[in-house]
Design a protein around this ligand. Structure first.
Ligand SMILES: [Zn+2]
Ligand SMILES: [Zn+2]
Length: 319
């Protein structure tokens, strides 16, 4: 995992904190949030917003820190967003995914933070990777070890359901008057996520290929759950530039496994995926890691995942 952006993000958060401290003297007293009837929840990025909205229903007001259409890994917080974290009754985030959010919560989160990584154990960065040995040149399995964790846990619907159950407990504790509502909605969501899981299991049961060449290694949990092999062009963070050597390795892998499709993401430039696709005579297609919805996407977690399933079934020639 990279912390390349952490110092800058920390500086931004700190500056924002100072600005906020300066303004606090004349701020009105609305620390309990804007809507007294609802629990004010701040979510770090889209899948956590989805969980909070589905489980909170109309008992919560959810703010997503990541803008629609923006890649959330390298999110930087402006003073208004730091203010939202300060004012929130519950902050739902994933420690290790967004350094700026981690920093702001460390300074201001107190006991209002709900860390997804604390309720659902994360896989090591290399787990779910493509680690069979083609020979001396095949070194991608050794990248990104050193105890780094893979944050992309939401791409396993069953793990997301478990996180939802824990979030329901937390919301119930924060809102005792409506405590019984949250587990009910979490159970309804769990049923939908388990249906999605069954569709993936069935849909990917019999396929001619199981290797997926993806733009960044966001699909470790999906790969582990449905027995796919992930070959990432870049690492766990989409901002990393792949080295020429890495590009050569991935191109070789794509050829060797007869990949017909190189996957790219909605929120990241498709250029590198297109280059590899041209090189090996494959197509490109979107496999959405759901880190955020694209700005014009009318769907939600469930519909985007179903589109992903159809894309995978076509690319892998599943019957
Ligand atoms: Zn990612
Ligand atoms: Zn291989």
């Amino acid at each position: 995992m990279t912390f390349r952006t952490a110092p800058r993000a920390l500086a931004t958060a700190t500056a924002a904190m100072l600005a906020l401290a300066g303004a606090a003297g004349c701020a009105t007293d609305d620390a309990a949030g804007n809507d007294p009837e609802r629990v004010d929840v701040v979510a770090g990025f889209y899948p956590l917003q989805f969980l909070a909205e589905r489980i909170g229903g109309d008992a919560v007001a959810v703010t997503n820190l990541a803008r629609p259409g923006a890649e959330p890994h390298d999110l930087e917080l402006n003073p208004r967003q730091v203010g939202q974290i300060v004012d929130a009754e519950l902050i739902v985030y994933l420690h290790g995914f967004q350094p700026a959010v981690d920093a702001a919560i460390e300074q201001n989160g107190g006991d209002r933070a709900f860390d997804v990584a604390a309720v659902q154990p994360l896989l090591d960065a290399t787990a779910g990777g493509h680690d069979h040995d083609h020979g001396a040149e095949d070194d991608h399995a050794e990248e990104e070890s050193d105890g780094a964790k893979d944050p992309h846990v939401w791409l396993d619907p069953t793990r997301l359901a478990t996180i939802g159950d824990k979030l329901a407990e937390r919301l119930a504790a924060a809102d005792p008057d409506r405590a019984s509502e949250y587990p009910q909605r979490a159970a309804a969501l769990r049923a939908e996520l388990e249906r999605l899981d069954t569709e993936f299991t069935e849909g990917l049961k019999t396929c001619q290929r199981r290797e997926i060449v993806v733009s960044h290694t966001a699909f470790g949990y999906l790969a582990q759950r449905y027995q796919l092999e992930q070959i990432g062009i870049t690492g766990l963070s989409p901002e990393d530039e792949p080295s020429p050597q890495r590009l050569a390795t991935v191109t070789e892998e794509a050829r060797e496994h007869g990949a017909t499709t190189i996957f790219f993401e909605t929120l990241v430039s498709p250029k590198v995926a297109e280059t590899i696709a041209r090189e090996v005579g494959a197509q490109t297609a979107v496999l959405d890691p759901l880190e955020g919805l694209s700005a014009d996407n009318g769907g939600d977690y469930l519909s985007v995942m179903r589109t992903n399933l159809q894309t995978l079934r076509t690319a892998l020639s599943c019957s």
